[in-house]
Design a protein around this ligand. Structure first.
Ligand code: BGC
Length: 760
């Protein structure tokens, strides 16, 4: 029987290889023939990616798009939407350009397209891999139904500095969790066949290390040891590529002295030679031109350098379009460099099936039928509910009873436009329900909701303007703060409970939205103080795109529910969770510090030579601060439930293994509370002695399980030889014999522990 199975598998594999080899041959012949017909100008034209201007993130915008399409000077367009408009542009290319090469159409489809899901940091908090994959699938269906075939996602930049605004767009601080999510997103977008009209080409970004910008200031320098890069920052990009992502976007930042978009080591030695990536490399928005400001030369010099480093497509800046011909004549680039880049663009189009049918994504009937469907909206509601993290719930303040009156007070209560969160450029902001509207719809008049602005987002009107760009407005009241608060208190008088809808506006995080103060703005703190004085229970529903410093709030409020930015269905989902229809199960994908001075703060730190004793605070001549403990306010992996879970001791299948063996670690988890619920069971490992220093713990597995009240389940993890490996000083990926600690528990601090030994 065994032999037969192996035989069948071998046959299948053989036939798959044969077919794909045949397909590759056919594709290469097609592309070779096409390349042979192309003029130099046409080849360079394919490297030009322009924006249609619906969304711009820099000062430059593309011009003369129509005539450039017809002259073959454009390979791709992004931020153009609708099947009709895209058909028109595609018609210009395939009917009016000499070689009729179709255009690729891209867009930033980051956390949903029309149906918006929680911001990526929120989705990561669900720790629900099938759910995350489904959200990417739905995004692909809706975006392709609108004519698109390429998304600039997933964004997999690890970030450990909450000052950086774009921490909201990624999966947080952890290498393992981010890598798992990267894989799910790519599979969700690309499906099993890129030629289908509902699959979307993924683009892994921002390669690389963009999230490690110094001081959390956007676009700033990164400088990092290779050891840290390989072990902590690069794996999520690699996971996305291993999952089949066929395009990669270079990042804006400098990496150890060479900006990513001109970095030959990064884009050729690592990406192509070591990782065997054979897809398309595109720059970020005007990143080639920005090499001039980085100090690498004039536009012609930096364009040549970027091409030779391994970039195929130049986004918006047109440095390639305007200078490569001259560089070729002067011998600073070679024909093979241009051919290589052009081939990668053409192969991508071929793989999308655009040469067979350039209009395969332009079906207006699909757009109507497959956008914002009931199924998509209910997925968005589920995803939002699962992304919320219950940070505090003293004396079971939550869930609330579905009765009486609730006052929803605060600048985030009545703004639909802020619910989708940052980088939701295709969201229909005008038709997105506000928190109050969504709650009212979900509660169906069982609970009376009264509402008031209560406070401005911030006292500083100029800051508010900067933090509410792109139509994400929040009403502003210019009267004295005390007058607004008084009115809010009157509104709250009739309420049994106050829900304070506070925190950040959606554009307070995201691109170019770094902050140096992570407290809830003073205007809102003042409101909270007044609300607390009413003596009524005050529940903070916190909107944020990043970890905030909530030390004061944690001390003074009975309940805090972090809802990030939950997308189209935020209001409904907040009602689901506040009133107990959904038991919160989100866990933080990023550490929340006590204060900003602790940053960067992350759970997988090194021990140092002078660690603090466990549980201690200040010890002279130990690694700590005079004024605050080393502890986070809320650790990575943390999140409460309305129920409680208990963990048994860890049982190991073996306490000694050799480097080719696996072992299992299991625990029994019991729901000891009064509600059915879900728990994310987390596995961490520590390599106690090695040839180089290792983190005090690293996430190596997790399982999200459902447990009815009173129910127990045994959760088993396999620890494989791969889980024990790391990149050593020679950058070899290997394990070293010795003792390893194993931790299993509910967050990165509350853990059971045991140990095993790895022999050679
Ligand atoms: C961002 C990218 C985005 C691109 C295109 C840039 O400013 O950094 O993440 O994909 O714009 O919109």
């Amino acid at each position: 029987m065994k032999t037969f199975k192996i035989f069948v598998c071998a046959c299948l594999l053989g036939s798959v290889n044969f077919t794909s080899a045949q397909n590759d041959k056919k594709m290469n012949q097609y592309i070779d023939a096409l390349l042979a017909k192309m003029s130099l100008e046409e080849k360079i034209g394919q490297l030009n990616l322009v924006t249609a201007g619906e969304v711009t993130t820099g000062t430059a915008v593309s011009t003369d798009v129509e005539s450039k399409i017809m002259s073959g000077s454009i390979g791709g367009i992004f931020s153009m939407t609708s099947p009709q408009r895209i058909r028109q542009a595609q018609e210009l290319a395939v009917n009016h350009s000499r070689l009729k090469i179709p255009i690729i159409f891209g867009m930033d489809v980051i956390h949903g397209y029309k149906t918006i899901f929680p911001i990526p940091l929120g989705l990561a908090a669900s720790w629900n891999m099938p759910l995350i994959r489904q959200t990417a699938r739905v995004a692909a269906i809706e975006a392709t139904a609108d004519g698109l075939n390429w998304t600039f996602s997933p964004m997999v930049d690890i970030s450990r500095d909450a000052r950086w605004g774009r921490i909201s767009e990624g999966s947080g601080e952890d290498t393992y969790l981010s890598a798992r999510i990267a894989k799910e997103m790519v599979i969700g977008y690309q499906g099993d066949d890129l030629r289908k009209n509902n699959t979307l080409l993924a683009c892994v970004k921002h390669f690389a290390l963009y999230g490690a910008a110094e001081a959390g200031r956007d676009y700033n320098t990164t400088d990092m040891s290779l050891h840290r890069m390989y072990n902590e920052y690069l794996p999520p990009y690699k996971a996305a590529i291993d999952a089949g992502a066929l395009s990669v976007m270079t990042s804006f930042n400098d990496i150890n002295g060479v900006p990513a978009s001109a970095n030959h080591w990064l884009l050729t030695d690592l990406l192509r030679a070591d990782w065997k990536f054979d897809g398309l490399v595109v720059t970020d928005y005007t990143a080639v031109n920005e090499l001039v400001d980085h100090g690498l030369g004039d536009l012609q010099q930096v364009s040549a350098r970027s091409l030779k480093a391994g970039v195929d497509m130049d986004m918006v800046g047109e440095g390639f379009l305007t200078t490569l011909k001259k560089s070729l004549a002067q011998g600073t680039v070679r024909t093979q460099d241009i051919d290589r880049a052009c081939r990668n663009v053409l192969i991508t189009k071929y793989k999308l099936g655009l040469f067979d049918d350039p209009f395969r994504y332009c079906d207006p009937a699909r757009q109507k039928k497959e956008t914002l469907t009931d199924e998509h909206l209910s997925l968005a509601r589920k995803a939002a509910g699962e992304s919320f993290v219950l940070l505090k719930n003293q004396a079971q303040t939550l869930p609330l009873k579905k009765q009486g009156t609730v006052a929803v007070i605060g600048p985030l209560a009545n703004t639909g436009a802020n619910m989708p969160g940052t980088w939701s450029v295709s969201a229909d902001l005008e038709n997105t329900a506000s928190l109050v509207e969504g709650m009212r719809a979900a509660l169906d008049s069982k609970v009376k909701i009264v509402t008031h602005l209560g406070a401005n987002l911030t006292d500083d009107s100029a800051l508010q303007e900067r933090a509410t760009m792109f139509g994400r407005t929040i009403p502003r009241d210019e009267r004295a703060p005390e007058v607004i608060i008084d009115e809010a208190l009157q509104t709250s008088q009739q309420a049994d409970v106050i829900v304070a809808a506070l925190g950040e506006s959606s554009e307070m995080s995201g691109e170019s939205s770094s902050r140096t103060d992570l407290n809830i703005p003073t205007s809102q703190r003042r409101l909270l103080e007044a609300l607390i004085k009413t003596g009524k229970p005050v529940v903070l529903v916190l909107f944020t795109g990043r970890p905030l410093t909530l030390t004061w709030e944690n001390e003074h409020l009975p309940a805090i529910l972090n809802v990030w930015f939950g997308g189209t269905q935020t209001g409904n989902a907040v009602a689901d969770v506040l009133f107990g229809d959904i038991n919160p199960s989100g866990k933080l994908p990023v550490t929340f510090p006590q204060n900003i001075g602790q940053l960067p703060l992350y759970y997988s730190q090194k021990n140092t030579g002078r660690p603090l004793k466990q549980g201690a605070w200040f010890q002279k001549f130990r690694s700590n601060y005079l004024d605050v403990s080393n502890d986070p306010l809320y650790p990575f992996g943390y999140g409460l439930s309305y129920t409680t879970f208990s963990y048994s001791d860890i049982h190991l299948s073996n306490t000694k293994i050799n480097s080719g063996e696996s072992l299992t670690a299991s625990v029994q988890v019991t729901n000891t509370g009064k509600y059915d619920g879900q728990e994310v069971v987390q596995l961490y490992i520590r390599d106690l002695v090695a040839s180089q220093t290792r983190p005090i713990k690293e996430l190596k597995g997790f399982k999200k399980i459902a447990l009815n009240k009173g129910e127990s389940k045994t959760v088993e993890f396999t620890i494989s030889p791969e889980d024990l490996k790391f990149y050593n000083q020679q950058l070899e990926f290997s394990s070293e014999p010795g003792v390893f600690k194993v931790f299993i528990g509910t967050d990165s601090q509350d853990l059971q522990e045991t140990e095993f030994e790895l022999t050679i």
